[in-house]
Design a protein around this ligand. Sequence first.
Ligand code: DGI
Ligand code: FE
Ligand code: FE
Length: 199
Amino acid sequence: MEKISFKKTYSPLNSEEIIAKQKAMMDQKRFEHCIGVSETSKKLARLNNYDEDKAALAGFIHDYAKQIPNEEFIKVIKEENFDPDLLNYNRAIWHGIVGTYFIKRDLKIEDEEILTAIYRHTTADSEMTTLDKIVFVADFIEPQRSFPGVEEARKVAFNNLDEGVGFELAHTLDFLVKNRQKIYPKTLKAYNKWAIKNN
Ligand code: DGI
Ligand code: FE
Ligand code: FE
């Protein structure tokens, strides 16, 4: 694993400070996942003519809030004017959307492009920027992911980022339906936008 650092942090905090704060928020396994997503985001950025250093930072912090307790998410949803419908979902949905609040608060990152990519990293959306797509897909295919189909997902995504998004959404919808989980409306909209063939 490469030693991680960022030239630009989009924050008054420097690279070491961002990394230390993030490390304190999660266990070692989750931290290593974040490094994997960072490296894969960088690779996807290079392939898609996007700023590699910015993608590496967004990928690294995407799960900053992953291990925050439910009560804290609920408090922030209620007090910080998040859509109350979020309360009908769970932490799988909250950690990205509400995670943007904790990233602004703790890491002092205000860059809208980075925050939007974190916001959309679990659910995706019908509108997605290049950075949104990079982080969404990198999360799914980073080197430590090992589900059946991950090799195909990597092949598709490294060949064409939009198709990588579509492949991932089809896989996620399939998983959610098989497990009789509620589909977040934006995930369904994203599926209709990115996963449909011959549209
Ligand atoms: O945070 P990670 O585990 O690295 O990955 P992630 O942020 O993509 O979260 C994946 C989880 O989110 C997985 O358990 C499926 C769940 N998820 C994604 N879309 C939806 C969803 N859960 C529900 N209930 N509804 C969705 O639309
Ligand atoms: Fe996540
Ligand atoms: Fe993740």
